[in-house]
Design a protein around this ligand. Structure first.
Ligand code: C5P
Length: 430
């Protein structure tokens, strides 16, 4: 999706991108309880609609004091339901029709009262009736005062809901509207939307552990300076988020970036190529899939000065000569043939500025990986630092597949679709 697009064009594009990937837009009912966090729900609905979904909203009577039904109607493009007994509303979409229509119900904010009513199967208003009648998965985003959250009654209600397979996101810790500080803030709309995608996403990687490297390594010259590159880490982080959505246990070995840790991902922070190598070797044995997306420096200073290099210590006008030594090739090391290697799928990346396919085919053979993702870094809209990417997928013995320019999240999905295919072919051969 392009950032310069607004309104229906952008929503349609979100829808088209989902359909192209075989992941159709879904029907989501968002129900809100009466908490101050309800003011964030229009933002959540907007994010879901932008991702291509159809959204309908329902409010408890108290929720309507915190968020305007008209705001929700505007962002969802659908009438908002509030009352079980209103003949006009029931005439438009009956409460059972709403429950049946949903492919996912998100409860946000889920107040202590609403969680209690859900846990005990009450159906005393429209929202709880929909929750009791639906067969769709349910995702709750709790929000309440810290003491209400800690109360044994709430704890037991959550245990009951979890045992029924209800999904949870949050709450976060921080400053609460009531003035207390601690657990009880509703998760941010972006995090709720992200977890909703995982609930809706088929668990093709359930039970699998995936190792992903990301970011540009930093090779120290002295305590202040380092050699690094322009990798933002966005592609690796998008892959980590998508693998987690597909049910994998994800470990993300990350060089320094400004990116937040994707939901459900364990991150191991490293700086240099040597640190990245040792973190990868610590984790690799337990992983069935390894995706080396990091831009690892090929060279590092032969020696990192323990004290800051000062120009005053050099001859006046003298330059500084750096001696660089080669870094180990982490990808080649883990892709090397061997016992464990035979069951692991290894994916490498290549950044090329000319003869992209030729150079990448040679790299695929040299590195020995199962899939190589080639970036043409001469394009301004793809590769380093951008939110979009245009890549070519190369597998040994198969022709290259050129993907169109796509958001990095979509590229991540295509790469993992290909990994799924490779795993499927391998298991049908064995
Ligand atoms: O050889 P080149 O750096 O172009 O290869 C890129 C691929 O190799 C990427 O997947 C990168 O993560 C990996 N790589 C590595 N260790 C290095 C250099 C690159 O794992 N020292």
């Amino acid at each position: 999706m392009r950032d310069d697009q607004t309104g229906p064009a952008r929503d349609r594009e979100g829808r088209a991108a989902r359909e192209e990937r075989g992941r159709p837009p879904r029907r989501i009912v968002v129900v809100s309880g009466g908490g101050i966090a309800a003011y964030k729900i229009p933002d959540l609905v907007r994010k879901l609609v932008r991702a291509g979904h159809s959204v309908r909203c329902a409010l408890t009577p108290a929720a309507a004091s915190f968020v305007s039904p008209l705001a929700l109607q505007t962002v969802s493009g659908e009438p908002v339901r509030q009352s079980l007994l209103d003949p006009g509303e029931e005439g438009q979409i009956g409460h059972i029709d709403l429950a049946d229509w949903a492919e996912l119900v998100i409860v946000a904010p889920a107040t202590a009262n609403l969680l209690a009513r859900m846990a005990h199967g009450l159906a005393d208003d429209l929202v709880t009736t929909v929750l009791l009648a639906t067969r769709a998965p349910v995702l709750v985003a709790p929000a309440m005062n810290l003491n209400m959250w800690d109360h044994p009654a709430t704890r037991q209600n959550l245990d009951i809901l979890r045992s029924r397979g209800v999904h949870m996101v949050g709450p976060d810790s921080g400053e609460l509207a009531c003035g207390w500080e601690g657990a009880g803030r509703m998760s941010e709309p972006a995090a709720i939307a992200e977890v909703a995608e995982s609930v809706l996403c088929p668990d093709t990687l359930a039970g699998e552990r995936v190792l992903i490297t990301a970011g540009g390594t930093r090779e120290a010259l002295d305590p202040v300076r380092a050699l690094t590159n322009r990798s933002s880490g966005k592609m690796g982080y998008a892959l980590a988020a998508e693998a987690a959505r597909r049910g994998a246990e994800v470990v993300l070995v990350s060089a320094p970036t400004n990116l937040p840790i994707p939901v459900g991902v364990r991150r191991v922070d490293v700086e240099s190529a040597l640190e990245m190598r040792s973190a990868v070797l610590d984790e690799i044995d337990a992983c069935g899939i390894a995706i080396c997306c990091a831009a690892v420096a090929d060279f590092r200073p032969a020696e990192a000065a323990s004290r800051k290099i000062k120009k005053e210590d050099l001859e006046p006008d003298a330059g500084l000569r750096l001696e660089l030594v080669r870094n180990p090739d982490i990808l080649a090391e883990i892709a090397a043939p061997g016992g464990e290697r035979a069951r692991r799928v290894v994916v490498g990346f290549a950044a090329e500025s000319h003869d992209v396919i030729g150079a990448s085919e040679r790299k695929l053979a040299r590195k020995g990986c199962d899939l190589l993702v080639a970036n043409d870094i001469s394009r301004r809209d793809a590769g380093f630092e951008t939110d979009t990417n245009a890549v070519i997928l190369l597998e040994p013995g198969a022709g290259p597949e050129e993907l169109p320019l796509l958001p990095k999240g979509e590229v991540a999905a295509r790469i993992l679709d290909r990994v799924d295919k490779i795993r499927g072919e391998r298991s049908s051969r064995s």
